[in-house]
Design a protein around this ligand. Sequence first.
Ligand code: ASP
Length: 344
Amino acid sequence: MKKKNDISILIIYTGGTIGMVQDLKTGSLIPIDFKHITDHVPELSKFGYDLQSFSFDPVKDSSNIDPDVWVSMAEIIEKNYDDFDGFVVLHGTDTMAYSASALSFMLENLSKPVIFTGSQLPIGLLRTDGRENLITAIEIAAAKDKGSALVPEVCIFFDNELTQGNRTTKLSAEHFDAFSSPNYPSLAEVGLHIKYNINHIRYPARNKKLIVHKTFDNNVAILKLFPGINRNLVRAVISTKGLKGLIIETFGSGNAPTYKWFLDDLKSFIRKGGIIYNVTQCHGGSVEMGLYETSREMRALGVISGRDITSEASVTKLMHLLGSCSSREEVIRCLDKPMAGEIT
Ligand code: ASP
């Protein structure tokens, strides 16, 4: 694909509700081809930009997106990186925050916008939110200041708000305002004007070459705690064959039961070389290990604090680090520091 105009944007269509229609046999929504989207947004031709597209084949409901698809997305960006000013990724909303988080870890030294968007209602419906989302995502991907991209990050644009991808979480299966970034300010708000929050956008060091990390290790699990959790369940998870990293979704500021059996089980997993990452179930705020007695003992065992990371960013970061680091110590070191702005 070659650039024709001054500003060129590559739209990568992976699937999702935005391009779905109702299957006449089953009545369920299924994704169809990219032409269906462009047919419903003739305004796209009014952009003065060179808009080109790449479509996955087959396109997917985002529940079927996995690390192999993240690698394919990153490879499309890598292959077209020099020829385009920005990238818009059309993606189902269900796992959009996972994919945006994964890409933020994969694309080191990114200096161009990668803007994920999609919609809650299919583009063919009169009240669709897809048209506005797509048009503004393109506008943001094309935005420049003194020749450089205004938002050179992996972001999610949805319902008039631009958020950092690895800080975002899907909160609503009903509202157009489906996403939230509870622990980091929006990067832009869209009304009559697009108001960029320049102080919160991350700008890369100049002239560094894009490095694309493509290995993930999915020997991870998320254990969500609840009052009354049964030891058999905890043991079954911890003794999963090949498990290397366990995320515990804890209460409040990182708290968990202080039952002896619970701490003993965590200890034995760590002794065998496992890594435990403490991430809060709360949608806002941070893990603070040691604030309560109910987290102090976990810290003493070597459980690592996820601080204010989202669940989506924690699992993609852990898979990325297990896939790319050369030692357990390196994974632990990297978990503890921000790699792409995912923790404060
Ligand atoms: N199930 C759809 C998906 O994630 C939902 C959506 O796009 O909003 O692909």
